[in-house]
Design a protein around this ligand. Structure first.
Ligand code: MN
Length: 362
């Protein structure tokens, strides 16, 4: 018997669940009478959050609502091919009627915003959260929250909202939504699509609305091209990958000076994706070590599983701010004068423990 998918068919769209019908009034009320909104990305902007912001900006414009695109972090170079990226600002406008938080529903991803004093200002106006992450939000002051975990990307939620409110979806909005969905489903290859076809169905509609899928994907992939400098850096990184426990676990440590030097052009922990091609490799962990005056104040870990393994989220959840998906997860430790060697040892111990549990049942 096939497992039923967690949404119902609706004549308006292939994918709309009843959740949206139930939220329709709240959403209409939220947008009613608004002239200018701030669309906010968290402190970890990515292709999904940026493309979703741009799509939303366009959809709102069709509704005669103008918006400011706000992010506390500069748009990374590989996203600057998206028309309109340069409208993203680190400054709040003088006046606005509300704010929409996209691709994020956690307060700890608004820390920079808070440090700048902007969170207080934003909080004086009504908040709408649009997200697709599968973890309970810790924000309790939203006027409306649309967090749909059956969606592969934030733009899929935005698409559903647009359908619910009978908004016009222009070609440009359709393109931005397609970029967002392509990004978060890794060009339709992510595990998310194993038992959920809804991102494909939405993109099919977006193609009908004018999004040129192949061209958009080509432009997306082109942004991953690297300079010869980065090529050399990657070779250096590959030599630095450490293997543990009979080559079942791979790690790499990235010091702060390298993060500063390369992060706009290349994410060094991504080098560990290469280790998925190593036989028997179960999990990889990329550590980034943030320092100020010799004190380590933050360590982040990017966790990815090798083919056939799915316990990245289990490992991440054992740490502060840890979470994610079975195949891709992460955590962040913050504090004063952290002991990185200890954090790494703990991570490796826990990863090995989980691996032994998995090996013993399979
Ligand atoms: Mn996303």
């Amino acid at each position: 018997m096939p497992v039923p998918i967690p949404y119902v068919l609706s004549p308006k769209s292939y994918i709309l669940s009843t959740m949206y019908e139930n939220l329709k009034e709240q959403l209409s009320n939220y947008f009613s009478g608004k002239n200018h909104l701030v669309i906010v990305q968290g402190d970890n902007p990515d292709a999904d959050s940026l493309a979703s912001s741009l799509a939303l900006e366009e959809l709102l414009l069709e509704q005669n609502i103008s918006s400011t695109l706000y992010c506390s972090v500069d748009v990374s170079h590989h996203l600057r091919y998206l028309d309109g990226w340069d409208r993203v600002t680190t400054e709040l406008p003088e006046q606005f009627d509300g704010w929409i938080l996209v691709d994020c529903s956690f307060e700890n991803l608004l820390k920079n915003v808070e440090d700048k004093g902007d969170l207080e200002k934003l909080k004086q106006t009504p908040l709408l959260i649009i997200d697709h992450h599968d973890a309970p939000s810790d924000i309790n002051y939203a006027s409306v929250m649309v967090c749909d975990i059956s969606c592969g990307a934030t733009s899929q939620v935005i698409f559903n909202i647009a359908k619910t409110l009978d908004w016009k979806i222009t070609k440009h909005a359709a393109e931005m939504m397609t970029v967002s969905i392509l990004a978060d489903t890794l060009g339709f290859t992510s595990q998310f699509l194993n038992n959920n076809s809804s991102p494909l169905r939405v993109v099919a509609e977006l193609v009908d609305l004018g999004a040129e899928l192949a061209d958009l994907n080509e432009r997306r992939l082109k942004q991953f091209q690297i300079s010869t400098d980065i090529f050399g850096y990657k070779a250096e990184l590959m030599k630095r990958v450490e293997f543990h426990y009979d080559n079942r676990i791979a790690t790499i440590d990235i010091p702060h000076d390298e993060i500063k030097e390369y992060s706009m052009d290349y994410n060094p922990t991504v080098i560990l994706d290469e280790t998925r091609n190593i036989e028997g490799l179960a999990i990889s962990i990329g550590f980034k070590i943030y320092e100020k005056l010799g004190n380590i104040y933050k360590v982040t870990a990017r966790i990815r599983c090798g083919y056939g393994y799915r316990f990245a989220d289990k490992l991440a959840s054992q740490f502060a701010d840890g979470g994610g998906h079975p195949y891709a997860a992460g955590f962040k430790v913050e504090g004063d004068d952290l002991n990185f060697a200890q954090i790494k040892r703990d991570t490796l111990d826990k990863a090995y423990q989980l691996l032994q549990e998995i090996d013993s049942v399979s």
